[in-house]
Write a protein that binds this ligand. Structure first.
Ligand SMILES: Nc1ncnc2c1ncn2[C@@H]1O[C@H](COP(=O)(O)OP(=O)(O)OP(=O)(O)O)[C@@H](O)[C@H]1O
Ligand SMILES: [Mg+2]
Length: 384
């Protein structure tokens, strides 16, 4: 199983420029998580801080008991071997062909023979659709191919934790769909903990178990996918729908005059930029038939059911609707009846601290609803 990553109060600035502060979250072992956020909010800085390439001002990032913010250089070097990282720009060595680029971590960190290395490199190149391109230099291939080569290189050491910075950027929609499937298949095969930074809403809706979002120097959310996908936080809705209308502007934050102007224009019929109203939970991708089941899915279900009562009603609803009859029995949820579709929603025993947490999150400790602990039925779910 992949390693758990526990991040507490992580804060980073460059000189006077604060990037983000007090980021607290846990990447559950073997689960796939996505981090969203407008351009420039510090997502790449976050990934680099997680592997100790950048030094946060304060806070912790603990992996297998090692806090990489404060540990020795030697421990950091050791811990880094657990990671496979796909950097945003691919970070390939320009003077090495793809074969040597992908072989590099194996030559650097292992004592494998060239025959063993060859087998692994060719397998990863095939996995990422690059068979036949081994001899090309990074400057001789397309941007999407460079991205895939970066991914192949991130995978050669069988990492426990995989970080992917915009793996889909520069890929066409079909390759992005293949890449999404590849990430799920990889997780099924090696049960690694995966964190993906992306702007691709399709990928964010169908791949991860957990989704977070950075905005205005804070982690606005991090938790089970159902929470963000049903959220009516204006910034989340705007982002998922790719609309101009909302708190995010061209230079991240928008002033109220600009906001009022855009609202008036939209009210007068000017296109707000979105092409469809993207809301709600869509089915998650499954591993390709023939591959093992994802172990993280079962672990996550157990984990999420224990915190179900702490989640907002719409997320509870989505989670309960996705349970099979056998799962409903396992979690002690009575069979649904047409008038009580979410009867008997489970109350967990574990404190919410056991999972991904968000400081000051409005859904951490929901106010008890009079007379019921159940999720609202769909017809009550109005938009405020
Ligand atoms: N090494 C550095 N030194 C100083 N400032 C930096 C450094 N790296 C990043 N920054 C600044 O940190 C901020 C966040 O950058 P980052 O690359 O993490 O954004 P991002 O969320 O990944 O954006 P995008 O979605 O466009 O990739 C930017 O303002 C950037 O200029
Ligand atoms: Mg970035």
């Amino acid at each position: 199983m992949g390693a758990e990553v526990v991040i507490e109060g992580l804060t980073k600035s460059f000189g006077k420029q604060a990037i983000w502060r007090d980021v607290t979250l846990t990447l559950p072992p073997g689960e796939v998580s996505v981090m969203l956020g407008p351009s420039g909010t510090g997502k790449s800085v976050f990934l680099k801080s997680m592997i100790g390439l950048l030094k946060p001002d304060r806070g912790k990032c603990v992996i297998n008991g090692v806090d990489i913010v404060t540990c020795s250089e030697r421990k950091l070097y050791e811990t880094r071997k657990l990671f496979g990282v796909l950097f945003q720009d691919g970070a390939l060595f320009g003077s090495m062909n793809l074969y040597d680029n992908v072989a590099f971590p194996l030559r650097e960190h292992t004592r494998k023979s060239e025959t063993e290395i060859r087998k692994i490199v060719l397998e990863k190149l095939e996995m990422t659709g690059l068979s036949g391109a081994e001899k090309k230099l990074p400057g001789e291939i397309s941007g999407g191919m460079r991205k895939r080569a970066g991914l192949a290189r991130a995978l050669v050491l069988d990492p426990e934790i995989i970080l992917c910075d915009e793996p889909d950027s520069g890929l066409d929609p079909v390759r992005t769909a293949y890449l999404s499937q590849l990430l799920i298949d990889l997780n099924a095969q090696i049960d690694a903990t995966i964190l993906i930074v992306t702007h691709n809403i399709n990928l964010a809706r169908t791949v991860p178990d957990n989704i977070g979002m950075l905005f205005r120097k804070e982690l606005v959310m991090f938790g089970p996918r159902e929470v963000l996908l049903t959220s009516d936080e204006p910034v989340v809705e705007q982002f998922l729908n790719g609309r101009r209308l909302g708190p995010i502007g061209m230079s991240e934050e928008k002033d109220s005059a600009q906001m009022a102007l855009e609202e008036a224009q939209a009210a007068a019929g000017h296109h707000d930029g979105s092409t469809e109203d993207v809301r709600g939970i869509v089915p998650q991708l499954q591993p390709t038939p023939g591959l093992p089941e994802r172990k993280g899915v079962r672990r996550r279900k157990d984990r999420v059911m224990k915190i179900l009562h702490t989640l907002p009603p719409a997320a509870q609803e989505g989670i309960i609707s996705s349970l099979t009859p056998e799962e409903r029995r396992r979690y002690g949820i009575p069979e649904s009846a047409p008038d009580r579709p979410f009867a008997g929603a489970h109350r967990g025993e574990l404190p919410p601290d056991d999972v991904a947490t968000v400081p000051g999150s409005p859904w951490r400790e929901p106010a008890p609803r009079p007379g019921s602990q159940h999720a609202r039925p769909p017809r009550d779910r109005g938009r405020s």
